[in-house]
Design a protein around this ligand. Structure first.
Ligand SMILES: Cc1cc2nc3c(=O)[nH]c(=O)nc-3n(C[C@H](O)[C@H](O)[C@H](O)COP(=O)(O)OP(=O)(O)OC[C@H]3O[C@@H](n4cnc5c(N)ncnc54)[C@H](O)[C@@H]3O)c2cc1C
Length: 394
């Protein structure tokens, strides 16, 4: 039976990232994916490669600093896939975050980004504001502009997986895992691939199954420690109005941030709006966009872009965030910690909870650091901060 150093469950951005980092470190790697690459949360995100300006309000400074650093790395490694875009923050008479609040946030964001030129911001001059994408000008006081990254999350995940495979990682997909058995040397996994029963062994298992992580624990033959988490649904819609020239960072009636952004969909640049945030209970496979979420997003759009009265929704999708349950359970979903939690569910069995698309590479490097002591010495073959990620998957 084939034995791998590292077996990764899930080919979302974290599974692909861990596979790449492990293969680069010289380990033999197998990834098992139940659908296809990036078919889970990693194709349902807001597609931002960003520090997360809004996370400053919940004091997640180290997450913002780390993410801004990773944004710079990804702009360098994947220039076809990650592009800096202008972000506009309009402030109206009734906006709850006042200009001083926004300025302080943007100054802090620049500092956490190392005062690099890509992190500088400015107030847009009135003349330019007049020409901004049909933005509502009634009671508009100021508009700020800063820069952050945008990607195609699925294509980025595919590119990272391809890089992992080029380094020797193997992928079985689609598979159905039926049993994870603890054995003396590590783990033995039983699964079906295209109707054929297969069994492999691995010294270490990385559970990167996104919203399904705790479901994976149920397949393990011994008792496993799971963290209590909540799944939070976030929906986006793509509409057929002219795409904006940049990304608008807007305040909804409940004071949450909602983005209106240009996004390439089926070969055309369209307008994408998102996201919502609501607690999800149920099977992660059954998540669906609700009418209430669509109304919420359309209302935000119509408030800020009143010129466009007839809106056709051409695509909608919902994803699930994994957020820790006990940590700050009295905090709003919006302000809960967004960093990844690396949880040792069993010796040599690491489960990844939550996290951000942006920070996948640094998270994956941290995973390798954690599992290294349990693995035999291998000769490193590459460094993930030097591996070019191409849009071309052929
Ligand atoms: C609405 C929303 C917006 C977001 N926006 C951003 C953003 O703009 N920027 C940012 O940085 N982050 C963002 N995030 C966070 C980011 O998208 C996620 O942290 C990231 O995509 C999670 O990736 P993952 O690999 O952990 O999980 P997933 O992408 O869900 O991957 C898990 C994989 O495991 C597979 N799997 C599940 N069960 C099994 C099984 N039994 N056997 C084999 N495979 C299995 C699934 O099919 C799936 O492919 C957002 C999240 C949400 C929900």
């Amino acid at each position: 039976m084939h034995e791998y150093d590292v077996l990764v469950i899930g080919a979302g951005i974290h599974g692909a990232g861990v596979a790449q980092a492990a293969a680069a470190a010289g380990y033999s790697v197998l990834v098992l994916e139940k659908n296809n690459i990036g078919s889970g949360t990693s194709s349902k995100s807001s597609k931002l490669i960003h520090g997360g300006l809004r996370y400053l309000e919940s004091y997640q400074f180290s997450l913002v600093r780390k993410s801004l650093k990773e944004r710079a790395v990804l702009c360098r490694l994947a220039p076809e896939l990650v592009k800096l875009k202008p972000f506009y923050i309009p402030v109206y008479k009734k906006t709850s975050r006042r200009p001083l609040h926004i300025r302080i946030g943007l100054i802090l964001y620049s500092i956490l980004g190392g005062l690099h030129k890509d992190n500088l911001f400015k107030r847009i001059r009135r003349k330019k504001v007049e020409r901004l994408d049909g933005l509502n000008k009634t009671d508009l006081q100021q508009v700020y502009r800063y820069y952050d990254g945008q990607t195609n999350d699925k294509k980025l995940t595919q590119a990272v997986m391809k890089s992992a495979q080029q380094l020797g990682a193997e992928l079985y997909c689609p598979v159905e895992i039926s049993l994870i058995d603890k054995i003396d040397t590590g783990f033995s996994l039983t699964f079906k691939e295209q109707g054929v029963d297969k069994k492999v062994q691995a010294k270490v298992v990385i559970n990167a199954a996104g919203p399904w992580v705790n479901e994976i624990h149920k397949l393990v033959s011994t008792e496993v420690s799971s963290l209590d988490v909540e799944l939070v649904q976030g929906t986006h819609i793509i509409i057929d109005t002219p795409a904006p020239s940049g990304i608008y960072y807007l305040e909804a009636v409940d004071q949450r941030a909602v983005f209106v952004m240009p996004y390439e969909f089926e070969g055309k640049i369209r307008t994408m709006i998102g996201t919502t945030e609501k607690l999800y209970q149920g099977n992660a496979d059954d998540v669906k966009v609700t009418e209430e979420e669509i109304d919420y997003l359309v209302n935000v759009y119509k408030t800020y872009f009143p010129e466009y009265l007839n809106i056709n929704i051409i695509e909608k999708f919902a994803g699930l965030r994994v957020l820790p349950k006990n940590e700050g359970s009295n905090r709003s979903l919006f302000s809960r910690p967004r960093d990844t939690i690396l949880h040792c569910a069993l010796p040599q069995f690491l489960t990844l909870y939550g996290g951000k698309l942006t920070a996948y590479r640094s998270t994956s490097e941290l995973v390798i650091k954690k599992i290294k002591p349990g693995l035999s010495k291998r000769k490193r073959i590459a460094y993930t901060d030097q591996l070019y990620l191409s849009k071309d998957l052929s």
